[in-house]
Design a protein around this ligand. Structure first.
Ligand code: SF4
Length: 475
C-alpha cells in the first residue's frame, strides 16, 4: 500500500488543509505514514507569515533532499502559502521537489496523488535496513506531522468555513497568497461537521482567517447563525473557532454565541497594537477604543470567557509612545494569554517598503511586552491551582513522554503524569481528563489526574495512581 507523510507549518488553516489532503489520500488508498522515511509521498505544507517560517520550510526541503538521494522514487510535494508565493524561486533552488501546489490547488494535489498511487512498488514506502533517520532531523525545524492517525487525532475536528481574506492588513501576506474571501456554503460546513462528529470528534473548531466575517451567500446567514446550527448537531460536545476579526463581532453574533452552552469560553481577539496611529497604518479597521468596546460586548454576554490575542512589536514607524500604548493596555490584564511577535518583513506587502524599526529596538520592546504578558498569563494560570479542571486529551506531553497533555475549554495546556496501566486506545474512548492543578507556569498548568469521563458533561470514573507516586513511595 502506498503511503503519504504530511508535515505542516503555520496556522490552523494549514492544519485543516493538511487534514483534507490526508482524508483524500486515505480515500485513494494511501496509508498515512508516521515519518517521512516510511512514506512514498512526502508533503510539506508551508507557511510564509513570518520570515522564520519561510526559512524553516526551505531548510526542511533541503533535509528531504536526503530522502530523494536515497530513494529517487519518493515524491516530494510542497503546498501552502510559500508554495503559492514562491513557486518560481522554489523550482530554481529546490529542483528535487516533484510538485508544487498553491493554496487554491488542493484538488489538483489530490488528483496528483491519485495519478501516482498505483505506480509505487509494494513495500517501497517501508524504511530500509539502516534507514536514513540519522541523516534527517525529523521535526527539528518545527513542522508537525499531520494527518497521522494517532488514537486522539479524531477528537478535534478543524472545519474550514472560509478561505482567503479581503482586509489587506499592510503587514499580512494572506490576501496575497490565499486570495480574497471565499465563504463556504452553510450546508457544506454543517455536513462536514456532522461527518466529523460521527467519526469521533468531541470538539469542532471552525477555522477561517477572519472567521466571524463568514456569510452564507445564499441565505445571508451570519457567523452566529452558523455556530448555532453546528452546535445543534447531535453528539457535539464542544464548539470553538479561530480567528475572528474584532471589527466583525456584532451584538447579534455575540448574542447567538452567548446562547450556545457548548461554546468554549475563550475568544481569540487579535489586537496587534495598542496605538491608534499604528493600527491605522496596519489597516486594522478599528481604534483601541473600538477594540475595547468589543471586549466589553463580549464580557457583558460571556463574563467568564478568557480573551487571548496576537500582538506585533516593531511595526514600521512604531515609536516608543506607540509601543507604550500597547504595553499599557496589556498591563491592564485584559488578555489571559497572547502570541507576541516581532514584525517580520513580508515581500509584496505595503509595510515591507516602509522604514523599519531597528532590530535591537524591536527586540528590547518585545522583551518588555513578553515580560508584562507572561506575568499576567502566569497569574491567570495560578488561579487554577487547587481546583480540578476538565480537559480534552491531546496526547503525550512534548517534553516528557511519561506525562499526558490536555487542553481545557479555555485552551489552557495541562499536563499530568500517566497513571499505571495507561493506554492511548482506552483514553481515546474516555478522553476528558479531570486534573487537580498543583503548579502554574507561563505555558500552562501541571497537576494530578484524578478522573476521566466519556463525555464533557459526564461523570468521571476513577483512575489508577500515577506511576511516579508509587516509585516515590518505593524510594
Ligand atoms: S484580517 Fe488582516 S491579518 Fe487577518 S488574514 Fe486578513 S489581512 Fe491578514
Amino acid at each position: 500500500m502506498a503511503s503519504v507523510y504530511i508535515e505542516t507549518f503555520g496556522c490552523q488553516m494549514n492544519e485543516a488543509d493538511s487534514r483534507y489532503i490526508a482524508e483524500r489520500a486515505r480515500a485513494l488508498g494511501y496509508a498515512i505514514a508516521a515519518s517521512p522515511e516510511a512514506a512514498n509521498v512526502v508533503v510539506l505544507n508551508t507557511c510564509t507569515v513570518r520570515d522564520s517560517a519561510e526559512r524553516r520550510a526551505y531548510g526542511r526541503m533541503n533535509h528531504f533532499n536526503a530522502l530523494k538521494r536515497r530513494n529517487p522514487d519518493v515524491r516530494l510535494v510542497v503546498m501552502g502559502c510559500l508554495a503559492e508565493q514562491d513557486r518560481d524561486r522554489m523550482q530554481r533552488v529546490a529542483p528535487h521537489v516533484d510538485a508544487i501546489f498553491g493554496t487554491r490547488e488542493l484538488r489538483r494535489l489530490a488528483d496528483q496523488l491519485a495519478a501516482w498511487e498505483s505506480g509505487f512498488a509494494p513495500g517501497s514506502g517501508e524504511p530500509a535496513e539502516g534507514d536514513i533517520r540519522d541523516e534527517m532531523l525529523p521535526f527539528a525545524l518545527g513542522g508537525t506531522a499531520d494527518g497521522v492517525d494517532d488514537a486522539f487525532s479524531r477528537l478535534r475536528a478543524f472545519v474550514t468555513v472560509q478561505r482567503g481574506c479581503s482586509y489587506y492588513c499592510t503587514f499580512c501576506i494572506v490576501p496575497h497568497v490565499r486570495g480574497r474571501f471565499d465563504h463556504r456554503a452553510r450546508a457544506e460546513i454543517v455536513e462536514e461537521a456532522r461527518r466529523r462528529i460521527e467519526d469521533g470528534a468531541r470538539e469542532v473548531m471552525l477555522v477561517g482567517q477572519t472567521v466571524n466575517a463568514w456569510r452564507d451567500a445564499g441565505s445571508g446567514e451570519d457567523f452566529g447563525d452558523l455556530c448555532r446550527e453546528v452546535a445543534a448537531l447531535e453528539g457535539l460536545e464542544r464548539l470553538t473557532f479561530i480567528s475572528p476579526h474584532p471589527k466583525d463581532f456584532t451584538p447579534k453574533i455575540l448574542d447567538a454565541l452567548a446562547a450556545i452552552p457548548a461554546l468554549n469560553p475563550r475568544i481569540h481577539l487579535p489586537l496587534q497594537s495598542g496605538s491608534d496611529a499604528v493600527l491605522r497604518k496596519m489597516n486594522r479597521k478599528y481604534t483601541l477604543a473600538q477594540f475595547q468596546e468589543k471586549v466589553e460586548m463580549i464580557r457583558r454576554r460571556l463574563p467568564r470567557c478568557a480573551i487571548t490575542t496576537d500582538l506585533i512589536v516593531g511595526f514600521p514607524g512604531e515609536s516608543e509612545a506607540d509601543f507604550a500604548a500597547t504595553l499599557q493596555y496589556v498591563r491592564s490584564g485584559i488578555f489571559a494569554n497572547a502570541f507576541t511577535f516581532i514584525y517580520s518583513v513580508r515581500r509584496g506587502t505595503p509595510a515591507a517598503r516602509w522604514e523599519q524599526v531597528p532590530r535591537e529596538v524591536a527586540l528590547e520592546r518585545f522583551q518588555r511586552l513578553a515580560d508584562a504578558q507572561n506575568a499576567i498569563t502566569r497569574a491567570y494560570h495560578d488561579g487554577h491551582c487547587g481546583s480540578v479542571v476538565r480537559a480534552l486529551i491531546v496526547g503525550d506531553s512534548k517534553k516528557d513522554a511519561d506525562r499526558i497533555a490536555a487542553k481545557t475549554i479555555q485552551n489552557v495546556t495541562v499536563v499530568a503524569r500517566k497513571p499505571l496501566g495507561y493506554s492511548a486506545e482506552r483514553y481515546a474512548e474516555t478522553p476528558w481528563l479531570d486534573v487537580r492543578i498543583e503548579t502554574a507556569h507561563v505555558w500552562g498548568c501541571a497537576g494530578t489526574l484524578v478522573g476521566r469521563a466519556r463525555r464533557f458533561d459526564g461523570e468521571a470514573g476513577a483512575v489508577a495512581a500515577p506511576a511516579l507516586d508509587l516509585t516515590a513511595l518505593a524510594i
